[in-house]
Design a protein around this ligand. Structure first.
Ligand SMILES: [Fe+2]
Length: 373
């Protein structure tokens, strides 16, 4: 009895155990607190932090047809509305404030208006909240405007899409699924599949359709034109806008879209999916406006964008301005999201000032700034 330490004496073993336990609990508490704070930020704050970005893009080829002061393009994308009124009304209000009083020449939406049909009323309210553009409103559809997805079979579905691609099919899901074979996979093919997933992420399996016909009719009633593999000349300017159907769920035909476009006309190509850049005919575009990537949606320190859904662009190109030779690309991060979290990739509206080329110049690319809207 006399050898046992009294409770108030503590002692090295019992005291160290209490110390370790309390440090452990404090550490776990800090980690849990940090996790809850980051989760709250990603779910409750950043998706509503709608930024206003302004980018000036000069043509890199000397083409006539753009006004000297250029065109003011309001670019929206990936709204993904589904009828979640509290979230969607908050975004609409921020867009209304960000665009109020702006002289907008063109309103562009590069697809994924809807996540589910139930978001249609809020899409119409969004378009109604924006000042009327001088030269019109134009859009292309995104994959989510056609279908909705289930991620539970994503690995198998992604594998079939990958195999179709290995067998030479292009971008479309239909073509890839038809071309995919079910033969045995070798180690090299599995490694390539791993690289493909690291680059692009999983594709969900379409499990239902959205009413894209109704979406189009309602938006066309408000003056928005869908450019499905076709082009329009913009008012009195010499600028052509070409739109392409969605690469995965639509029937894209860029050659057809470009048929009416003069070779020397300033050309802006609208494609929901930026992977259109792989098409040879995309070289005729001076500027490609796209969405689809959501900027990776979760952007982690050291890792970068986690889920870009692009096969052709690098992670650093999955958001904002980049260029390939004479083709300039602007990829919109979107206003909405399917899984309602964002981290390091806030939603935004972008005003793009499209300017003529500098005389005898290779052009200066883009200048950019951003502010909270
Ligand atoms: Fe999207």
């Amino acid at each position: 009895m006399g050898d046992r330490p009294r409770l108030d004496e503590g002692g090295p073993i019992a005291g160290g155990g209490r110390l370790h336990a309390s440090v452990l609990w404090a550490g776990l508490g800090a980690v849990a607190g940090l996790g809850a704070a980051l989760g709250g930020y990603a779910f409750l704050y950043e998706p509503f932090d709608v930024r206003t970005e302004r980018v000036a893009v000069r043509l890199l080829r000397d083409k006539a047809g753009l006004p000297r002061d250029g065109l003011n393009i309001l670019h929206l994308s990936d709204t993904h509305f589904r009828g979640a009124d509290r979230r969607e009304h908050a975004k609409i209000e921020q867009v209304r404030r960000a665009t109020a009083g702006e002289q907008i020449d063109l309103l562009i939406h590069t697809g994924d208006f809807l996540h589910r049909d139930s978001g249609l009323d809020n899409i119409l309210a969004l378009i109604d909240s924006i000042p009327k553009p001088r030269l019109g409103a134009f859009a292309v559809s995104g994959n989510h405007d056609h279908v909705f997805y289930n991620l539970s079979k994503a690995p198998i579905y992604s594998w079939r899409l990958f195999r179709g691609r290995e067998n030479g099919a292009g971008m479309g899901a239909r073509g890839r699924l038809m071309t995919a074979d079910s033969g045995k996979a070798g180690l090299r093919e599995l490694l390539r599949f791993g690289r493909y997933l690291l680059q692009k992420g999983f594709d969900g399996e379409p499990v239902g359709v959205n009413d894209i016909g109704r979406l189009r009719r309602e938006l066309e009633d408000r003056g928005m034109q869908f450019l499905d593999n076709r082009a329009v000349r913009l008012g009195e300017t010499g600028v052509y806008l070409v739109g392409i159907e969605d690469l995965m769920e639509g029937r894209p035909d860029l050659q057809r879209g470009l048929e009416e476009v003069p070779q020397d006309a300033p050309t802006v190509l609208l494609s929901h999916n930026p992977d259109i850049i792989e098409a040879e005919a995309a070289g005729r575009a001076d500027l490609i406006l796209a969405g689809h990537t959501h900027g990776g949606q979760i952007v982690l320190p050291l890792i970068g964008p986690t889920y870009t859904q692009t096969e052709q662009l690098s992670r650093s190109e999955a958001s904002g301005y980049s260029r390939r030779g004479r083709i300039q690309v602007y990829v919109h991060r979107g206003l909405g999201e399917g899984i309602p979290v964002r981290f390091g990739a806030p939603p935004h509206v972008t005003f793009i000032r499209l300017l003529p080329a500098l005389p005898r110049s290779g052009g200066e690319g883009a200048r950019r700034n951003s502010s909270r809207g």
